[in-house]
Ligand binder design. Structure first.
Ligand SMILES: [Zn+2]
Length: 87
């Protein structure tokens, strides 16, 4: 693991220092945690947004996409499989 972990109070059940929380910076910023008292948990969700939402996101920052190469496609397929990215 390349990030850090710590314990926090659970905001759901109120138990002191019952939540084990972690963050990581590889392959990008990710967080997660679980309360060992009540089971409350959170995690970074990996998924691909729809084409319309992607277009709106691009328009918000005036992003012009570059051509998607075959190498990029192979990389994305491998990444999605390895990381369990929701499609
Ligand atoms: Zn809890």
């Amino acid at each position: 693991m390349s990030g850090e972990s710590h314990v926090e109070d659970c905001p759901r059940c109120g138990t002191t220092l019952s939540m084990e929380c972690y963050s990581d910076w590889k392959p990008h910023s990710m967080v997660g945690g679980v309360c060992h008292q009540c089971g409350y948990a959170y995690t970074t969700r990996l998924f691909i947004i729809g084409k319309q939402d992607l277009q709106e996101e691009r328009e918000n920052i005036n992003y012009t996409p570059i051509e998607t190469t075959e190498e990029m496609k192979r990389r994305m397929e491998k990444y999605d499989k390895d990381m369990g990215v929701e499609q």
